[in-house]
Each structure stands twice: as structure tokens, then as C-alpha cells.
Design a protein around this ligand. Structure first.
Ligand code: PLP
Length: 369
């Protein structure tokens, strides 16, 4: 059923601007393989994050695979700590890199991976754990310092899946991108910073970015051919060109998305039906994630909004450990927080010109019970 107000509405550069970029690409005859647009885009996004080196990819899933492969090169197959309350791309990338996920719980107060659960997992599984794949849930920055300390104590890499969080800020005010060993972002059409298909990895260590970039180009290095594991995961010129255009207006986009989030917050506060996730107002706001007071309220609101033509969705349900291909994966401790939040969360559309009707519909849905 088509909705009057869809969940996602990508805003791309005007067609005539894209056409001008296509003309330039055609006249240069350089479509992919680290051309001039990719280079400019890579430099600009690294400068935007600040004090990092960048590698670009055809999508974030390949970026995560690159990060895990590069950080764990030469290590035997092991377990990678990852929350179950995330998108399946991370656990898939863990397996593609030759390892297995070890699912941990989230903190139901923040929806972020639970550091206490990760610590217990490290105690219980010891040397079997080869890395941590931390997730900035919904692109919202978590308290990353304690994870860095934990990974350092354990002598394992900390890779951060910040997929939806390009432009978001950590609680300390710094932009996501420069923490852990590296952070990976998605520029998929459904994310706040959208270029079609694309992704990037940032690291304070230039060597990590270089090796991740080589991974995306068959593991080729210099003139020796393949010197390490690799695949084909390069960003195309047209997507990089779109990215350059998107970056020039991205701060205004974030401001207006945060404005929509604030309007949702006001409706929720007046009805008492649920609340927003902490620190979401410092994110680039991929959508508005609301934790309702109980499952019945959540179900009622989702049904009511959808009946009113507004496409509310539920993320992440089922959580990854309940998805069939991960049914045999290891789980550390209990996943009570994950189960609780999966039963109470709903995600609402956020975009620049979201019709005000979305807000009145939420008000109606939360009052009418
Ligand atoms: C979107 C997303 C991905 C995957 O990004 P792609 O660019 O589509 O591969 C990975 N992890 C999380 C948390 C995401 O939200």
C-alpha cells in the first residue's frame, strides 16, 4: 500500500546539477577506480569529520567487511562482540571476514550496546573474542570512551558501525568518525546523508584507511598485485559527485531534521505515550525512534499512523539473533533489553518538508486509546 507520507524520502541534488556532473564524467571518460570526483569527495568528508584519513566504498557493508578484514588480518577465526539490536549488515560482514558474531544486549535506557554486557562477554569468552563491533544505534553517538578502554585492556580492535550517523555528534560534542580504530558510515539513499549507494571508513591511523581502500580494490598494493585479502567495493564517480553536492548543504539538512525531531518530542511530552532516544537531538536524525510505555501502546500507534497514511516502521524487530540465518550464532548472557525495546519501539518519518499532518496524526494516535 502506498503511503501519503512515506517513511523515507531521499532529497537528492537537482537533476540539472547531476546532469552537469554526468557530462563532466563522460567527457573525462573516468567512471570509477578512484577518479577526480572520488578524490575530492574523500578529502572533503575527511575534513568534515576532522583529523582522520578516509576510504570510500560502494556501500557500508563492504566498508565493514574491509574494517574487520584489515583489523583482523593474520588472526585465527574468532568471535566478534556485536549487539543483536542492529542492522544485519554488521553480523553479515563479521562472517564475510571469516569470524562469527557473539551477540550482546543493549542498555534499554539508551538503546546503545551495553558496556557491562560486553565486559561479561569478554570475561566468559576470553581469547575467543577477536574484536568488538560497537554500533552507534540509529546513528546516535554513544559514550565511546569506555569501549575504547575496554578494547585496549583486552588487546583487541574496536570497530564502530556508525552507518546512519554521518554528521551526528558524540555526547562530548565531537562529530562521529574519529573514534575507536575506525568508524564506518553508509551513504545509502535511506540515510540522512544520501548519495544512492556508497560508504566510507574513517580512521585516525592513515595506514588503516589505506589498507581498507586496498581491500576495496582487490587487495592490490603498488605494482605487486594482490598483497592482501580484497574484493571489488569501489565508489563510482557519479555517486561521489552527488556526495560533493550533498555535503555543501548538509548542515542545513541536519538542522531541519532536528527541528522535525523536536516537534515529535513536544507531541510525545504532551501525551506521555513514550519518549525519544537520549542524544538523538545531537544526531543527523535518520528517523524519530520512539520507545513507548508498553507494547500495546506501540502497536496501537503504529497501526493508527499507518491507517492515517503515515508509514511508521519498527526497527529493529526481529533483532538479528532471531533472524533465521543467525539462529545458531553465540549469545553472551541474556538479551532482555533487546527483547524489551523490540516490543516497544516505533520509528517515525523525518525529512525536511515532512507535512505537519504527521504530527497531528501522532497526537491523534497517542490520545485515542
Ligand atoms: C544502513 C546500515 C548498514 C548498511 O549500509 P549499506 O551502505 O546499505 O551497506 C549497516 N549498518 C547499519 C547500522 C545500518 O543502519
Amino acid at each position: 500500500m502506498p503511503f501519503d507520507i512515506p517513511f523515507i524520502k531521499p532529497v537528492m541534488p537537482p537533476p540539472e546539477e547531476v546532469a552537469a556532473d554526468v557530462s563532466q564524467i563522460v567527457s573525462s571518460n573516468w567512471y570509477t577506480n578512484f577518479g577526480p570526483f572520488e578524490r575530492r569527495f574523500r578529502e572533503q568528508i575527511a575534513a568534515y569529520v576532522g583529523e582522520v584519513s578516509a576510504a570510500t566504498f560502494s556501500n557500508a557493508t563492504i566498508g565493514l567487511q574491509a574494517a574487520l578484514t584489515v583489523m583482523l588480518a593474520g588472526k585465527p577465526a574468532g568471535l566478534v562482540i556485536v549487539p543483536s539490536f542492529t542492522f544485519a549488515a554488521g553480523p553479515h560482514a563479521i562472517r564475510s571476514a571469516g569470524h562469527q558474531p557473539l551477540f550482546i544486549d543493549i542498555d534499554p535506557a539508551t538503546l546503545q550496546p551495553s558496556a557491562a554486557h560486553a565486559r561479561s562477554a569478554l570475561n566468559d569468552y576470553g581469547d575467543q573474542v577477536s574484536a568488538i563491533l560497537l554500533c552507534n544505534t540509529f546513528g546516535i553517538g554513544t559514550s565511546v570512551a569506555e569501549w575504547e578502554a575496554m578494547a585496549q585492556d583486552a588487546g583487541i580492535p574496536l570497530i564502530i558501525d556508525s552507518a546512519a550517523g554521518f554528521g551526528s555528534r558524540y555526547p562530548d560534542g565531537h562529530r562521529l568518525g574519529a573514534r575507536g580504530d575506525c568508524e564506518v558510515f553508509s551513504f545509502h539513499a535511506t540515510k540522512p546523508f544520501a548519495i544512492g549507494e556508497g560508504g566510507a571508513l574513517f580512521s585516525r591511523d592513515a595506514e588503516i584507511a589505506t589498507r581498507a581502500r586496498e581491500f576495496s580494490n582487490f587487495g592490490f598494493s603498488g605494482l605487486q598485485g594482490a598483497t592482501a585479502a580484497g574484493t571489488n567495493g569501489k565508489l563510482q564517480e557519479i555517486n561521489a559527485a552527488i556526495g560533493i553536492r550533498q555535503l555543501s548543504r548538509f548542515d542545513a539538512v541536519i538542522e531541519s531534521r532536528r527541528g522535525v525531531l523536536e516537534s515529535y518530542r513536544q507531541v510525545l511530552e504532551s501525551t506521555g505515550a513514550g519518549g525519544l532516544v537520549p542524544n538523538a537531538d545531537q544526531s543527523s536524525v535518520c528517523f524519530a525512534s520512539v520507545v513507548f510505555v508498553d507494547r500495546d501502546t506501540r502497536d496501537h500507534v503504529v497501526t493508527s499512523l499507518r491507517d492515517q497514511g503515515i508509514e511508521a516502521r519498527v526497527y529493529y524487530a526481529p533483532p538479528v539473533h532471531e533472524q533465521p540465518t543467525f539462529a545458531d550464532a553465540a549469545i553472551a548472557g541474556d538479551l532482555h533489553g533487546t527483547a524489551l525495546i523490540s516490543s516497544r519501539i516505533a520509528c517515525l518519518p523525518v525529512y525536511e518538508d515532512l507535512p505537519a499532518r504527521a504530527l497531528s496524526a501522532l497526537e491523534l494516535a497517542t490520545l485515542k486509546q
